[in-house]
Design a protein around this ligand. Sequence first.
Ligand code: SF4
Length: 322
Amino acid sequence: MSTILQVRDLEVQYQTPNGPAQAVNGVSFDLAAGEFLAVVGESGCGKSTMLFAIAQLLAYPASQTGGQVLFDGVDLTTLDEEALRLRRWRDISVVMQSAMNALNPTLTIGAQLADTCRAHTTWDDKQIAERSAEVLAMVSIDKAHLSSYPFQLSGGMRQRAMIAMALLLEPKLIIMDEPTSALDVVAQKSLMRQVETLRQKLGFSVLFVTHDMSVVSHFSDRLAVMYAGEIVELGETREVFDRPQHPYATGLMEAFPSLLGQAKELTGIPGNPPSLVNPPKGCLFADRCPKVMEICREEAPELVANGPHSVRCHLVNPKVRA
Ligand code: SF4
């Protein structure tokens, strides 16, 4: 599979009254055409900020302070607003966390789909109407709802309408920022199945952020676990679920229930993430890690690749094991 997205050493800072906070710290990964990569981690770990940086949608007080975002070989960080506008929706589209906030409450779904078409294509009204009905059908919404306002749709339908909008111009990559977080579990499952069916059929890639790993466990090809602005583990989803190697990833796996196998007691991860304004020396997880060693407080671990699986922990660093 060809690579469509290469993120290299991405750095994002937030300006705060106490100084800059390093929200994304040296994040690198590749995404293949048609691949589904899920990014998980607790609130505030930088996963949504990273998505916004990739989509070049950061706004003050956040700013990208380093790194590259190569889409089809072109570094998006070097493009001006107009060049980015031409790529948005056509190459990359974004589905936001809450459709109720992302959709305009004063316009019908049809008017909002038409707005996007007019801003990015030269289609006439007939073509716009046909394509709008077509993408709504793709997400199982009757075209009668083209004349509905967002408040007239259920939460699940609103999120599906957002996905329909994201599909309008057949992008190669759809970025999804917790699109299921406001839905009940039944609607979550249904939405995820729909995304998966469309991905198989249309071949787009998905970059999906969530704090709820059960949402992506059956759908993503690979899983990236983020902590304090860094990727701490990245690998095939099944492998990370079955054999997590980073103590934080292990803690996350033990913090949510499984439908299969024996019932187990859920455990949380004690403590809080470190300050991103004055981060501690060494491993950022050290204060919460049950396996912390002396070296962890002195040296920051690198993300070490072992085949397709990468882990940022001194436990898997051969120098420490030796
Ligand atoms: Fe724990 Fe040390 Fe690994 Fe950090 S480097 S996760 S503190 S064992």
